[in-house]
Design a protein around this ligand. Structure first.
Ligand SMILES: *[C@@H]1O[C@H](CO)[C@@H](O)[C@H](O)[C@H]1NC(C)=O
Ligand SMILES: *[C@@H]1O[C@H](CO)[C@@H](O)[C@H](O)[C@H]1NC(C)=O
Ligand SMILES: *[C@@H]1O[C@H](CO)[C@@H](O)[C@H](O)[C@H]1NC(C)=O
Ligand SMILES: *[C@@H]1O[C@H](CO)[C@@H](O)[C@H](O)[C@H]1NC(C)=O
Ligand SMILES: *[C@@H]1O[C@H](CO)[C@@H](O)[C@H](O)[C@H]1NC(C)=O
Ligand SMILES: *[C@@H]1O[C@H](CO)[C@@H](O)[C@H](O)[C@H]1NC(C)=O
Length: 348
């Protein structure tokens, strides 16, 4: 008998079972499988599934056919076609059994429909090549059970009749626990190494941050300096304000947003510094990011120029650039299409 979320883990076993070496990538890496199933009634459940390496989407589940949709070409290449077919079949069996099991439990314990069950399973590989696996189950958006990788038992988050039932159900299957143990002890690192090998270029992708500084005036006696940074990858970044060359320490005047995702797997954030208008200090936004190497991006706030002036300057610059690009294109066309498209794009 296969059981719910741990089956996700056993997928890891099949997913990337290749004994290839990987070049040395620095850092800690995490593989995560996510599943969200909404049980509408005893006969209808809706499942969404996703596989991630760090923040890179590897593949997702087609919710109508339960087949895998690859999000990266290198994920499909990591395994022969026949292996992917096997994985897809396992996935379908797992999802069928999962739904059956949950419906059975819900009936036994009189759980009202609709409800949502979420599972996360995966592992982390540390630079010292030790690994840590994890498994969590959520019920209606709340933590429900977690798999303890130290003593290989399921731990309750909420002590309810339902959680104890599911826990005892999972614990009654010792064959399953052994499978999980093997996965946690041996397989995770091997799988991760294959993934890191194939996904290296995606993991090492670097996108430069683009930063702009502008001001808002919520009231006459307050000026909010905004440093907006976007388009960068990977996610870690440092954004600070310098007042007369000195870093402004954290405090009530400084407000930095969380890092938010863009649609193209880059990130953005903004840092807002409240200052008094015409206080005589100089302000510079400093950005540090892996793609910049040891350099920093420094964007000064011009104290004397108001926000509209800056926006207009940028707009004018954009106009000039567009006009130049357009003129260049027109000129090249007149010359008889000598330039290649790459050249033109580069100059634009
Ligand atoms: C279960 O839910 C689905 C979708 O909401 C609906 O189409 C179906 O009629 C429901 N079945 C029962 C037995 O209530
Ligand atoms: C490996 O690194 C992790 C994370 O830094 C640490 O928790 C763990 O104890 C280390 N293990 C060994 C054997 O050094
Ligand atoms: C397993 O370990 C966790 C903490 O690490 C503890 O809360 C739990 O009681 C342990 N379970 C068993 C069966 O020993
Ligand atoms: C698990 O096994 C125990 C002891 O054999 C039994 O009392 C309990 O009903 C079982 N739980 C489930 C959910 O099957
Ligand atoms: C997994 O590792 C733990 C602790 O290192 C050990 O007690 C256990 O026997 C191992 N299990 C398997 C299946 O290798
Ligand atoms: C920081 O910004 C957030 C979002 O705009 C706002 O809710 C919060 O009150 C701000 N905090 C401070 C200290 O200004």
């Amino acid at each position: 008998m296969q059981s719910p979320c741990c089956c996700l883990l056993s997928l890891l076993l099949y997913l990337f079972f290749l004994s290839e070496t990987w070049a040395n990538l620095e850092g800690t890496f995490t593989v995560r499988l996510l599943q969200t199933t909404t049980f509408q009634n005893t006969s209808f459940a809706d499942t969404e599934g996703l596989g991630l390496l760090e923040d890179i989407e590897l593949g997702s589940l087609d919710k109508h056919t339960w087949s895998i949709r690859f999000c990266q070409p290198w994920v499909r290449s990591a395994l022969p076609r026949a292996d992917w077919d096997t994985i897809e079949n396992l996935l379908k069996i797992y999802l069928q059994q999962f739904n059956h099991l949950i419906n059975e439990g819900a009936t036994q314990k009189d759980i009202p429909y609709p409800f949502v069950v979420q599972c996360t399973a995966g592992c982390m590989l540390y630079p010292n090549r030790t690994s840590l696996a994890f498994g969590y189950v959520g019920y209606n958006g709340q933590d429900f059970l977690s798999f303890d990788t130290k003593n290989f038992t399921w731990t309750l988050y909420q002590d309810t009749e339902l959680s104890r039932y599911v826990q005892s159900f999972l614990q009654n299957y010792t064959a399953l626990s052994e499978l999980i143990e093997t996965l946690f002890n041996d397989t995770c690192v091997d799988d991760m190494e294959v993934l890191l090998h194939y996904g290296r270029a995606a993991l090492e992708r670097q996108e430069l941050p683009v930063a702009t500084v502008f001001a808002r005036t919520p009231s006459l006696d307050q000026l909010l300096l905004v440093c907006h940074v976007t388009g960068f990858y990977p996610r870690p970044i440092s954004v600070a304000w310098l007042r007369d060359g000195q870093e402004v320490p954290p405090g009530p005047a400084l407000n930095t947003s969380t890092i938010l995702p863009n649609a193209d797997l880059t990130y953005q954030l903004r840092s807002v510094l409240a200052v008094a208008p015409r206080d005589g200090h100089s302000y510079v936004c400093r950005v540090r990011h892996h793609s910049l190497g040891t350099r920093s991006l420094l964007i000064p706030w011009e104290n004397h120029s108001a926000a509209p002036t800056i926006s207009i300057t940028i707009a004018v610059l954009v106009l000039v650039a567009t006009a130049f690009a357009g003129g260049f294109w027109w000129w090249k066309r007149r010359k008889g299409n000598e330039a290649t498209w790459e050249t033109q794009e580069f100059i634009i």
